[in-house]
Design a protein around this ligand. Structure first.
Ligand SMILES: NC(=O)c1ccc[n+]([C@@H]2O[C@H](COP(=O)([O-])OP(=O)(O)OC[C@H]3O[C@@H](n4cnc5c(N)ncnc54)[C@H](OP(=O)(O)O)[C@@H]3O)[C@@H](O)[C@H]2O)c1
Length: 259
């Protein structure tokens, strides 16, 4: 695939201050894509990390701006996309990566947990899509949603899985609704990745410590798939969720010697 398929294009990545989102930013910058690096917390560690991601991206010769905005707020999402428009005047790719959720079983979810779950992980993505669509359809573009195995397997402390399932379904609806406008929509369903959110899950489920190393993906491996899904080589893929989990979902059982 030629570099010109990516060069001088613009991607907005939600939740790109760290973890998988930051790896996507680095991968796309290497391909020549200008970046809007969204994250939630404007101040403190998150703000510094987002600036660092932008600095690294700019060392690859692209432009990158950090934009703090909580995607669960429609107004903040409108401002996020206005800032992106003002800075770059176009949008080619949207990576719906941000997620924030309580790690606890259903019976313990308070009303505020439920609101966080739905407002960030479903409505937030819908707000982003609504803002992105008129911009992407000007020149054709691509959307990738980052899902997880919780969309299809039960984990009692991971109610986020139900929102991932809803979003995988939305990806199909959006792909069919918007292909005429030249917008491709797909998802990647990643297995286990050692990021900050995984560290939190591991505290609640210490048995994850025993998971053989071969089942873990790196953030960069997820980023490579997203790079592929937004590019022309994936043009025959429409409304699909690609599973990238190092084979963990092939098994009903695993042992510490499964590696
Ligand atoms: N880690 C895994 O094992 C794994 C596996 C499969 C799928 N995934 C999915 O991959 C995506 C990234 O996960 P990760 O583990 O890399 O996450 P992470 O390290 O916890 O980072 C989360 C990122 O999302 C941002 N964010 C959170 N809430 C936000 C909001 N309301 N508005 C805007 N940005 C927000 C955070 O910003 P701040 O820094 O400001 O908080 C941060 O940049 C998520 O969708 C996750 O469900 C993860």
């Amino acid at each position: 695939m030629s570099e010109s398929d990516y060069k001088d294009k613009v991607a907005l990545i939600t939740g790109a201050s760290r973890g998988i989102g930051a790896a996507v930013a680095r991968r796309l910058a290497r391909a020549g894509v200008n970046l809007v690096v969204n994250h939630r917390e404007g101040r403190g560690r998150s703000g510094k990390l987002a600036e660092e991601v932008c600095r690294e991206a700019e060392s690859e010769g692209v432009r990158a701006i950090p934009v703090p905005a909580d995607i669960s707020s429609k107004k903040s999402v409108e401002e996020l996309f206005s800032q992106a428009e003002e800075a770059f005047g176009r949008l080619d790719f949207l990576v719906l990566n941000a997620a924030r959720a309580p790690f606890k079983p259903w019976e313990k979810l308070l009303e505020r947990d439920l609101r966080l779950l739905v407002e960030t992980n479903f409505l937030g993505n819908v707000f982003c899509m609504q803002q992105a669509l008129p911009r992407l359809s000007r020149q054709g573009g691509a959307v990738v949603f980052v899902s997880s195995l919780g969309s299809r397997f039960f984990n009692q402390d991971y109610p986020l899985g139900t929102m991932k399932a809803a979003m995988e379904s939305a990806v199909k609806y959006w792909a069919e609704s918007y292909w005429k406008e030249g917008v491709s929509v797909n998802a990647v369903c990643a297995g286990l990745v050692k990021t900050d959110s995984f560290k939190t899950l591991r505290m609640i489920q210490p048995e994850l410590e025993n998971m053989p190393e071969r089942f873990f993906l790196s953030p960069e491996e997820v980023a490579d798939i997203i790079h592929y899904l937004i590019g022309p080589a994936s043009r025959a893929i429409c409304g699909q969720t690609l599973i990238a989990d190092k084979g963990i979902s092939n098994r009903l059982h695993w042992s510490t010697s499964s590696g």
